[in-house]
Design a binder for this molecule. Structure first.
Ligand SMILES: NC(=O)N[C@@H](CC(=O)O)C(=O)O
Ligand SMILES: [Zn+2]
Ligand SMILES: [Zn+2]
Length: 343
């Protein structure tokens, strides 16, 4: 196959950041994605409808491709109220709320310390049809970093799902076969996003032959049996699994450091990276379901009405890309890509 036309895809999990880098991230993500679920872990975080409205304005001021629509997300804290959820729904801009267990990942310090604290908020979300997006890792210091997702599923997510049977829940950026199995076994109200980098890589890529900080993201890359389970889920056509890049840029110096930040930048070539995985699996015919159909169906939104075309073409990913006054190192920096979006 040398050309593939699919319904315009959406990104159901991305970090656009803020300020001087917005023109860079917004240009990349809007190049061919129709919509993007915009993560709220700014400093300070996007915790209410007014802040979401202002952030939406800054994204639009960064001049995305005509027709691109950011879908805003509230950052849940111990102090979020049911009224915040009602206001969010009434804004027409907010589609979901994000649960960051406090301390789990980048800018999650103001996250929720105990899900018991947001019980009424979750009930209101269930009533208003606002989705719950979850960074699924426990933060307990005695739990090994490679086990934190599986432990979260057992101890926090399973009871949460049981208590809120009508709440739509997305387990974000899943990284383990336990997560795949959990999502498959759960009701239709539970889905998951999968990143391109968790499909392409496992922890050997990050650690063998030297430590590669640009592969360091959370939840951390796992062993290859988990990578295989993710690839199987993404390429299976199962409606519960859909595209979420978790493109999470940090400036080069913040990654290449004695204590480097977690997050990988993939917005420069997101659909092309996924296409490589699907091609390897002889599953290019499933790319459209994963990238363009399953996400909107889960969110209860229409699929995009236009298309994009990918073509076989060799091109080189730049070593660095502009990121405000600094630079970001994209995934596959200096390497060849084999698909390219036309136009
Ligand atoms: N994925 C990451 O490693 N980092 C994300 C946060 C997140 O999605 O957990 C970031 O904001 O940098
Ligand atoms: Zn996360
Ligand atoms: Zn993320």
């Amino acid at each position: 196959m040398t050309s593939l036309t699919i319904t315009r895809p959406d990104d159901w999990h991305v970090h656009l950041r803020d300020g001087e880098v917005l023109p860079n991230t917004v240009t990349d993500i809007s190049r061919y994605f129709g919509r993007a679920i915009v993560m709220p872990n700014l400093v300070p975080p996007v915790t209410n409808a007014a802040l979401a409205q202002e952030y939406y304005g800054r994204i639009m001021a960064a001049e995305p491709r005509e027709g691109f629509k950011p879908l805003m997300v509230l950052y849940l804290t111990d102090n979020t109220t049911p009224q915040d959820i009602i206001d969010a729904k009434n804004s027409g801009l907010v589609f979901a709320c994000k649960l960051y267990p406090a301390g789990a990942t980048t800018n999650s310090a103001s996250g929720v310390t105990d899900v018991a604290n947001i019980k009424d908020v979750l009930a209101e979300m269930e009533r208003q049809g606002i989705l719950l997006l979850v960074h699924g890792e426990v933060t307990t210091h005695d739990v090994d970093i490679f086990d934190r997702e599986a432990e979260f599923i057992d101890t926090i997510l399973t009871p949460l799902v049981a208590e809120h049977p009508k709440l739509k829940i997305v387990l974000e950026h899943i990284t383990t076969k336990q997560a795949v199995e959990f999502v498959k076994a759960a009701g239709d109200n539970v889905g998951a996003t999968i990143t391109a980098h968790h499909l392409l890589y496992n922890r050997n890529h990050m650690l063998v032959g030297g430590i590669r900080p640009h592969f360091f993201c959370l939840p951390i890359l796992k062993r290859n049996i988990h990578q295989e389970a993710l690839v199987e889920a993404a390429t299976s056509g199962n409606k519960k699994f859909f595209l979420g890049t978790d493109s999470a840029p940090h400036a080069k110096h913040a990654k290449e450091s004695a204590c480097g930040c977690a997050g990988s930048y993939t917005a420069h070539a997101a659909i092309e990276l996924y296409a490589e995985v699907f091609e390897q699996e002889n599953a290019l015919d499933q790319l459209e379901a994963f990238a363009s159909l399953n996400g909107p169906t889960f969110y209860g939104l229409p699929v995009n009405s236009d298309t994009i075309t990918l073509e076989k073409a060799t091109w080189e990913v730049p070593e660095t890309m502009a990121f405000g006054s600094g630079v970001v190192v994209p995934i596959k920096a200096g390497e060849q890509m084999t698909w390219q979006v036309k136009g």
